[in-house]
Design a protein around this ligand. Sequence first.
Ligand SMILES: Nc1nc2c(c(=O)[nH]1)N[C@H]1C(S)=C(S)[C@@H](COP(=O)(O)O)O[C@H]1N2
Ligand SMILES: [Mo]
Length: 453
Amino acid sequence: MADKKLAGNPKQTIFKAVANNGLLDRRLLLKSGLTFVAASVTANMANASNANSKSAKKIDPANPPWMHTPGAPFSNYGKPSVHEEDVVRYPAANSQVDGNGSSWTPLHELEGMITPNGLHFERHHNGVPQIDPAEHRLLIHGLVKQASFFTVEDLLRYPMHSQICFLECGGNSNAGFNKRPVGASAGYFHGLVSCSEWTGVPLSVLLNEVGVDNKDHWLIAEGADAFAMNISIPMEKAMDDAILAFYQNGERLRPENGYPMRLILPGWEGVMNVKWLRRLTVAESPVMARNETARYTELLPSGKANMFSMEMEAKSLITSPSSGMHLQQKGLYQITGLAWSGSGKVSKVEVSADGGESWAEAELQSPVLEKCFTRFRIPWQWDGSESVLKSRVTDESGYRQPERSELISQRGRHGFFHYNAIVSWAVDSEGYVTHIYDDEDNDNGTGIDADWD
Ligand SMILES: Nc1nc2c(c(=O)[nH]1)N[C@H]1C(S)=C(S)[C@@H](COP(=O)(O)O)O[C@H]1N2
Ligand SMILES: [Mo]
């Protein structure tokens, strides 16, 4: 695992803590005193990375070689800097079925709330189809007044609408059900979630056009991949905020995310957001497909299973400092992370530096949007002692993210999907950060080692 170094600001200014172990008032982030030291944190980091880089001694920062000759020419399509080549998705394929598996978004390497398209997580059941948009058709049929075929060209003429929202696989974070904490970086544990601006035609516009008149009906969506993945969607959601998306962060969808068109059901389980969409069938009842019966259902301790658990519950995690990082010195750090909820807006994120004994409210970065990543931040003065960092989100419905022991006592360990418990990162006295469970007593050792499904 990458041992990313974080350099704090060692200045011995004493700020009044608002919770144990040095958590400071979030409002200090905006005040000039802390802005000043925060600026020197950045400077410190620059010095630290210069000192670590092999070229440090050879290059005079007052006269760098890249100022001596003209730079590279224009390009057709930009790429990240060669110095950022470690910022990549983490792929894991299922060896038994070609093209079945996922790749995780490196959440711990990213900032802000938008996931770059090349780093959006992927989940395919049978690989990425290479679809020629000129040959692709969407059929809408079943219990409609006028069954219709649409070409991509037809559909691109409809009025469009954009929404910035997260997309999360129901299996995200399921390594949390494991008996032992995983050693992975934050993104390679929780990164089956990403956040983009999706643009397309509101599904209600197309459904109204073909003539749908029963709110109790279901929409069976099917993809044009070799898996022909299908799933049932309640008509109410389809008519509410579902989008037939063509664009992702301003450009046409990437093949791996559904080119030329996919469904976006804001806040709802990833599997329902059918990619490479080819068919919508209006029916009286759900189709009971594999992915809503054998998979993407949660087995409970009673032996019964939750089905059609479509909305994603509120979740948050600290992305920095996080597992695999190293705090270089005592001092001032910015704790930051992401929170989101499938039921609406994030209303509050609290952070603890003492394993959940005391909590302080983090600053929520605007905009705070519905069913969308919300970036949170809080200043922290680390005094070099062992600390356990946690975050917990409350959404506008009043729902609060559970502790792991709470989630496991209610849902058991075989549920496999919808794991949204509080995440604990331990910082040791040397500044090394690891993933821990602080509820070992509840860990009865009967758990499975979870995989994607
Ligand atoms: N046609 C089709 N649609 C699909 C899938 C698939 O395998 N085939 N995977 C689903 C699952 S389980 C998830 S979590 C999301 C992932 O979307 P992404 O790959 O764009 O992140 O797509 C969903 N849509
Ligand atoms: Mo998924």
